[in-house]
Design a protein around this ligand. Structure first.
Ligand SMILES: [Zn+2]
Length: 375
């Protein structure tokens, strides 16, 4: 990765299904779909890659179905890169909140969906096997995620486990890649997740151990916002500085446009979040501000939120954002979108999602242009 991360065209990574120009926002296609849009819509929006979830997909539709289809690309008809998340965050959000949904040991994670007797076992080895059989372009090591406010002892336990699991993931990954006969095909990449909660010492310790094992890239792990919803900017910046700049780094779960911009400024390359698409479905749309034409800086009014259900939009002939070139803004006035939202039509979901994703694409494009100028 090191050799081809930075070239004359800026930062990028080369993957089996294409090259990604960085920085880059990736929408979540957790179950193999970005809700309410087709992959042709995503291509037209300029989306370069999506994030799918190995843990959710092993339950529905089930790994054997995806493997029968020859992987996620042919299953979903998406031909561009796919990053697969391992399920570490799901273990955190399900099991750490309620032990009836499973258990966490050094061996791996046992999930009991809905608290039922039916169980799924996810070990680091199994997670890598799944992600590789799905045809992932970037696999992510299974990790033990914590909340930033948990006590030091549980953060320490999480770091020890995360490092040990990453080591096992790397061994499994290398073995599987070696077994593949086609050496012509570009190999997928393996990223590891830096945990450590709110402890700077543990973050440093985790990053150091992971860098010693050696991965193609790294991720900021743990929920990136504090209890008031503010970005944990200092901690996120500190964690980025622990990883050499020549390695790409994902800010997992960062998706609010201003936070994407802030994290990009401190060296993060990739962002994944369900926020822009969820906002779209719930009626919160992103409108470009006047300052968007200049350099993009977090301090400026780059965008504002537009709430589609507001009565003031019921007679507006304007598009969502006059500066946007998406399918929705090129064809539909706000009054129509307001109407579709009010009657709960599925077309609203598609048109709104297309717009918010195009906004994210244009935002990251502008960020790349700014970086080009700086170089
Ligand atoms: Zn638009």
């Amino acid at each position: 990765v090191k050799e081809n991360l930075v070239n004359s065209k800026g930062r990028s990574i080369n993957l089996p299904h294409g090259r990604l120009s960085l920085p880059l926002f990736m929408p979540d296609a957790t179950f193999g779909v970005v809700r309410s849009v087709g992959f042709d819509d995503l291509v037209r929006c300029g989306i370069q890659a999506v994030v799918m979830n190995a843990f959710h997909l092993m339950q529905r539709p089930g790994s054997s179905i995806i493997e029968t289809m020859g992987g996620l690309h042919s299953f979903s008809s998406w031909s561009r890169p796919i990053v697969t998340d391992s399920g570490g965050f799901q273990a955190y959000s399900l099991i750490r909140q309620n032990s009836k949904f499973g258990s966490l040991t050094n061996k791996g994670i046992v999930f009991r969906p809905g608290g039922s007797s039916h169980k799924f076992v996810l070990t680091p080895e199994k997670s890598i096997q799944l992600q590789l059989s799905y045809g992932s372009d970037v696999a992510i090591c299974l990790d033990d995620c914590t909340h930033v406010n948990e006590p030091f002892e549980s953060q320490q336990e999480s770091v020890i486990r995360t490092v040990e699991w990453a080591r096992r993931c790397k061994v499994e990954f290398e073995q599987r890649i070696k077994q593949r006969h086609s050496s012509k095909k570009r190999r997928p990449l393996l990223f590891a997740v830096v945990q450590g909660g709110g402890s700077y010492d543990l973050r440093r310790e985790c990053a150091r151990s992971l860098c010693e094992i050696g991965f193609d890239g790294y991720a900021y792990g743990g929920y990136p916002l504090d209890s008031e919803g503010n970005l944990l900017a200092d901690l996120i910046k500190f964690t980025r500085q622990l990883i050499p700049h020549e390695f790409p780094m994902i800010a997992l779960g960062v998706g609010e446009p201003s936070n994407v911009l802030k994290c990009s400024r401190i060296g993060y390359d990739l962002f994944d979040s369900s926020m822009p698409t969820r906002d779209a479905r719930q009626g919160r749309l992103y409108r470009f501000g006047h300052d968007f034409s200049g350099r993009v800086e977090a301090s400026k009014k780059l965008y504002s939120y537009l709430y589609v259900k507001d009565e003031k939009h019921s007679r507006s002939k304007e598009p969502i954002s006059p500066r946007c070139d998406c399918l929705t803004c090129s064809n539909y006035p706000l009054t129509y979108l307001h109407h579709l939202f009010k009657i709960g039509d599925a077309l609203y979901l598609r048109l709104a999602t297309i717009h918010n994703l195009r906004f994210m694409v244009l935002l990251t494009q502008r960020m790349r242009e700014d970086m080009d100028e700086e170089r």
